[in-house]
Design a protein around this ligand. Structure first.
Ligand code: PLP
Length: 489
């Protein structure tokens, strides 16, 4: 984009003699002189003259967002200062009428369920495939989407997550065609794929926006050089009717702060500028560095670094290899142990650790040295497991991550209005959950409000708890209670 960047404008303003008799209260100065913050404070302003207003943009912010839409090939793009969560909530609430029906990938992030709750929607779920022998979730099959749409002709929108937290991409092109044949929009949570639009030199998957999705939400902060909370929402195509577009924008102004941070907005713009230029080259280099990393990990005996070869299986259309899946199939040590080992011995912090696998998240901003350290750490852990193998009787079965499909008794919105009570884990088989139960990260609910707690679900949650994972939605000091719908008997 020609012309001044938002940061330049903010810096110039900070250097001017304009005195602020307005918010924020820090008056563009850091009290006490923390050097890391003082630069930030100097450019942290509010909607003063000449700086536009995100919620009613008709000046510089409008221009920046129009430029962003052009970069991405969208009809319209909006900056998000409250993360992808705010974009997803707005997409769900804006595209489906109160009490209406929505088709949702059951592996969606909790923000999708929060939208369902707020608008009292009736959700139909489509489940992802699972890579059978590994228990890792794959993609959503287009034929499953089609079957659900045929069965429920009153579905008003389809929401799926692609890539998943683990980098699995569904066949968005085919899914979009099916969804459009039913005359409704496809909403894609691409929170973990914000680098896809810039990756023609990097061999990363193609963005959902270029594959026919109508609304795409991306967290810039997850995979690109941009601060936490920054994200973007794109709208495109005729299947997103005017009413839905306006609905999304109305909800954006409801779910986002009325004081959006100029530091965040300037960082979003800076990030897109970088990615649209140098970032494309860097993604290419990064992809080659990742190839080297995967090659170097081939000699591990006990930890499977999930390499190429899964495309075309388990609904996986493409994969994002910057999500490094460390599968602990050997059964002697689990992903939580691996996370602890790497943290304590190698000072490496993983993104997520589950019983059967752990996830390391790399980005174009990683150094080769960082990837080498990870590789070395994995070989160290692998040797520890090798030594365990020599001891007899150490092998144990690790939970395999297969999705336990719960039965639905009531909708999320219905349960939100019901009386609830606490029930001990060992007594709650057959009771209806009155809360979301999930591990964060990744924040995908294993149980949602209204689902029946089966024996399998309760024991799966117990395994999570005993692995030392923080399971949200349980009650009591050590999570020994489930919140359930109050029994009438
Ligand atoms: C798949 C997925 N979608 C959406 C979100 C929400 O993103 P944000 O943190 O930018 O609000 C997350 C966060 O972890 C996520 O994993």
């Amino acid at each position: 984009m020609q012309g001044k960047s938002l940061f330049q404008r903010l810096r110039e303003y900070a250097g001017s003699d304009n005195y602020p008799f307005h918010m924020p209260g820090h008056k563009r100065q850091m009290m006490g002189g923390e050097p890391e913050l003082s630069g930030l404070f100097s450019v942290d302003i509010t909607e003063i003259d000449g700086f536009d207003d995100l919620h009613h943009a008709d000046g510089i912010l409008k221009d920046y967002m129009e430029w962003a839409a052009e970069c991405y090939g969208a009809d319209e793009s909006r900056y998000l200062v409250n993360g992808s969560s705010s974009g997803i909530l707005s997409a769900v609430c804006g595209c489906v009428k109160q009490g209406g029906r929505i088709l949702v990938g059951r592996n969606c992030h909790k923000s999708v369920y929060h939208g369902i709750l707020l608008k009292g929607l009736r959700a139909v779920y489509v489940y992802p495939q699972v890579i059978g022998d590994l228990g890792i979730q794959g993609g959503i099959l287009p034929e499953d989407v089609e079957r659900c749409l045929d069965e429920f002709p009153d579905i008003q929108a389809v929401m799926i997550v692609s890539p998943t937290y683990d980098g699995m991409v569904s066949d968005i092109g085919k899914i979009a065609q099916i969804v459009h044949r039913h005359g409704i929009p496809l909403l894609v949570d691409e929170a973990h794929g914000a680098h896809f639009p810039f990756s023609e030199k990097g061999g990363f998957p193609v963005s959902a926006l270029d594959k026919g999705a109508d609304v795409v939400v991306q967290s810039l902060h997850k995979t690109l050089p941009s601060p936490t909370q920054t994200a973007i929402i794109h709208m495109k195509g005729k299947y997103l009717r005017e009413e839905a577009r306006e609905g999304i924008k109305r909800y954006l102004s409801i779910f986002q702060s009325s004081s959006p941070s100029y530091v965040f907005m300037a960082a979003i713009e800076r990030c897109i500028r970088y990615m649209d230029g140098e970032g494309r080259e860097r993604l290419g280099e990064f992809s080659r560095e990742l190839d080297d990393f995967y090659g170097e990990c081939r000699g591990l005996n006990n930890i499977l670094v999930l390499g190429k070869g899964y495309e075309g299986k388990a609904g996986i259309y493409a994969r994002d290899y910057s999500k490094i899946i460390l599968h602990m199939g050997c059964g002697r040590r689990d992903g939580v142990w691996l996370g602890r080992y790497l943290r304590q011995r190698c000072h490496l912090e993983l993104e997520m650790c589950m019983p059967w696998y752990a996830l390391a998240l790399a980005s174009l901003w990683d150094s080769q040295e960082g990837l080498k350290r990870l590789c070395k750490g994995l070989y160290g852990a692998d040797r520890v497991i090798d030594r365990m193998k020599e001891k007899k009787g150490e092998e144990r079965r690790i939970l395999d991550g297969k999705w336990v499909v719960p039965e639905t008794a009531w909708t999320i919105g219905e349960v939100a209005e019901m009386e609830t009570e606490l029930c001990r884990a060992e007594e709650c088989e057959g009771r209806v959950s009155a809360d979301f139960i999930y591990v964060y990260p990744p924040g995908i609910p294993y149980v949602v409000l209204g689902e029946v707690l089966s024996k399998d679900i309760v024991s799966m949650v117990d395994v999570f708890r005993k692995s030392g994972l923080m399971v949200h939605g349980l009650k009591g000091k050590s999570g020994e209670f489930f919140k359930v719908v109050k029994s009438t008997g």
